[in-house]
Design a protein around this ligand. Structure first.
Ligand SMILES: Nc1ncnc2c1ncn2[C@@H]1O[C@H](COP(=O)(O)OP(=O)(O)OP(=O)(O)O)[C@@H](O)[C@H]1O
Ligand SMILES: [Mg+2]
Length: 220
C-alpha cells in the first residue's frame, strides 16, 4: 500500500520559492492499477521522483509498503528502490549503446531480482524477439517504449511507476502500449501508479484520480 499524507513539494530557485503542490492526500492499495490525470508541466515527474525516493526533499508523510521512506538512509533507499520499484520513464531512458536484450536484462541482473519472465519470454510478449540484438539507438519510438515496458515487468517488483508512458507515441502505438501494460499487470498483479495528462490513456486503469488546484478527486 502507498499512503500519502499532506504531501507538499516546493523548489527554491535563487530567492524564489515555487510551490509545485501542497496538501496531497492519497491511499493506493496493493495490486491496484491507478491512473492520475495531471496537467502537463505541473509536477507529474516531480511527484514520481518523490514516490521513488529519488527526491526526498518534501514535507508530509510518504509510506510505501508500510515504510516511511523519509526515515531510510541513502543506501537503504537505493536498496529498497532496487528491490521494490520499477519505472517506465517519460522518454524511454534506454541505454542507447546496448542492445534490446541487454537493456531488458540489465536492471534485473543488477538488482538481483527474481524474475516474472526470462528475457526471451518477455521479448516475445512485447513482440520484439526479432530485434533482440539491435542497438537501442536504432529503434523507433514505439519499439523503444516496448523495450522500456519489458524492462519494467521482467523482474519481480511490487510497484511500477509510469510517467506519461504514451506521451511520445502516436495514436496507434499509444493503444498498443496501453494494452500491453494492462495485459502484463493482469498477469503479474503488481501495483501500478501511472501519471498522464491524457484522459483516454487513463481510462484503462482500474481507478482514476484527477489532480488539480492542489487536490485529488477520485473519478472512477
Ligand atoms: N529541480 C528543479 N528545480 C526547480 N524547478 C523545478 C525542478 N524540477 C522541476 N521544476 C519545475 O517544477 C514544475 C513541474 O515540473 P515537472 O517536470 O514535475 O512537470 P511535469 O508535469 O512532469 O511536466 P511535463 O508534462 O512536461 O512532463 C516545472 O515548472 C519545472 O520547471
Ligand atoms: Mg514530466
Amino acid at each position: 500500500m502507498i499512503s500519502i499524507k499532506n504531501l507538499k513539494k516546493i523548489f527554491q530557485v535563487s530567492n524564489e520559492i515555487i510551490e509545485i503542490f501542497k496538501n496531497l492526500n492519497l491511499e493506493i492499495q496493493s495490486w491496484e492499477f491507478v491512473a492520475l490525470i495531471w496537467p502537463s508541466g505541473s509536477g507529474k515527474s516531480t511527484f514520481l521522483n518523490l514516490l521513488s525516493g529519488i527526491d526526498r526533499n518534501f514535507e508530509g508523510v510518504l509510506e510505501i509498503e508500510g515504510k516511511d521512506i523519509s526515515k531510510l538512509s541513502e543506501d537503504q533507499m537505493t536498496e529498497f528502490r532496487g528491490k521494490n520499484i520499477s519505472y517506465i520513464f517519460q522518454n524511454f531512458k534506454l541505454v542507447e549503446n546496448l542492445t534490446v536484450w541487454e537493456n531488458i536484462d540489465l536492471i534485473v541482473e543488477l538488482n538481483k531480482l527474481e524474475r516474472n519472465f526470462s528475457t526471451d519470454e518477455i521479448l516475445k510478449v512485447v513482440g520484439l524477439s526479432s530485434k533482440k540484438d539491435v542497438y537501442a539507438f536504432h529503434l523507433s519510438g514505439g519499439e523503444s517504449q516496448r523495450v522500456a515496458i519489458a524492462r519494467a515487468f521482467v523482474g519481480k517488483t511490487s510497484l511500477l511507476l509510469a510517467d506519461e508512458p504514451t506521451g511520445a507515441l502516436d495514436q496507434k502505438n499509444k493503444k498498443i502500449i496501453m494494452e500491453l501494460i494492462l495485459e502484463l499487470h493482469k498477469k503479474i498483479k503488481n501495483t501500478i501508479v501511472m501519471i498522464t495528462h491524457d484522459d483516454e490513456v487513463a481510462k484503462l486503469a482500474e481507478k482514476i484520480y484527477k489532480v488539480g488546484d492542489g487536490d485529488i478527486k477520485e473519478i472512477k
